[in-house]
Design a protein around this ligand. Structure first.
Ligand code: ADP
Ligand code: MG
Length: 248
């Protein structure tokens, strides 16, 4: 199996803050469907941002596609552009992600930035609008949409650049059931296409439905388990200690 990420003793401390991640050691392979599971504040979003090259390890090492991911490495514009094409990050809060005046422009933005010509980018965006069932929203402002529609636009905008690795932060959280179903189906489809998927959730039920491997982060910001979903779900004491269930 192809190794995509290698984290060695990685830690992250927000400026002026307390540690958000401590002593993280993981290997992530191509095609895996991985769930980061842990209570609020344990560091899931921070770990995803490390993997997406949005923040950089305070100590230890994060390697992706065989190259160290550091602030310095990202100063190399060609490397950064290639990395950003390979790794897509869907934020928990779509409002952070969406910034274009229309849905169509939002979805075309990534391909145009990568140098795709505008007619091809438009075709790609049209396909994704149709896939997400939101063609009728093409000319709307992303900020005027419902939560589920915003999430679909954010996901379509990421899929437009066809990344190998897709990182989703609490993708179904707070959405209506039909939007949640669409996201689950999309994740299944991406997995069938061989994409590497890295999800985060604090909802235990999501783990077995959406992942082949579950990593549990504890309240001390360290990993406490790395196993198959069914194995993790059977470890009631561990889940209780991790504040993922209220009683054993
Ligand atoms: P999770 O996604 O598991 O809820 P986060 O990665 O968001 O956890 O947060 C991990 C820890 O880092 C928490 O203690 C949180 O308060 C802290 N934290 C998160 N974002 C920031 C920030 N921008 N500045 C300072 N501390 C932060
Ligand atoms: Mg989070």
């Amino acid at each position: 199996m192809n190794l995509i990420y290698e984290l060695k003793n990685a830690a992250y401390i927000y400026p002026g803050g307390r540690p958000a991640l401590q002593d993280i050691n993981i290997d992530i392979f191509a095609g895996e469907r991985l769930m980061l599971l842990g209570p609020n504040g344990c560091g899931k979003s921070t770990l995803q941002k490390l993997l997406a090259g949005l923040v950089f390890a305070s100590s230890g090492r994060v390697t992706a596609f065989g190259r160290p991911i550091t602030a310095k490495a990202m100063l190399d514009k060609r490397f950064a552009a290639a990395f950003r094409q390979k790794v897509g990050f869907v934020f928990q809060n779509s409002d952070v992600q969406l910034f274009c005046p229309s849905v169509l422009e939002e979805i075309m933005f990534g391909p145009l930035t990568m140098g795709m010509d505008s007619s091809k980018a438009k075709r790609r965006a049209d396909e994704l609008l149709e896939y997400a069932g939101i063609t009728f929203l093409a000319d709307c402002s992303p900020h005027h949409l419902s939560g589920g529609e915003k999430k679909k636009v954010a996901i379509a905008a990421i899929l437009a650049v066809n990344p190998e690795v897709l990182i989703f932060d609490e993708p179904t959280n707070g959405l209506d059931p039909r939007s949640q179903c669409w996201i689950v189906e999309t994740l299944n489809e991406l997995s069938r296409q061989g994409k590497t998927i890295i999800l985060a959730t604090h909802q235990l039920e999501a783990a077995s439905r959406l992942a082949d491997r579950v990593l549990v982060l504890g309240e001390d910001h360290r990993f406490i388990a790395d196993d198959l979903p069914e194995k993790i779900l059977a470890k009631r004491e561990l889940l209780y200690k991790a504040n993922l269930i209220a009683e054993i």
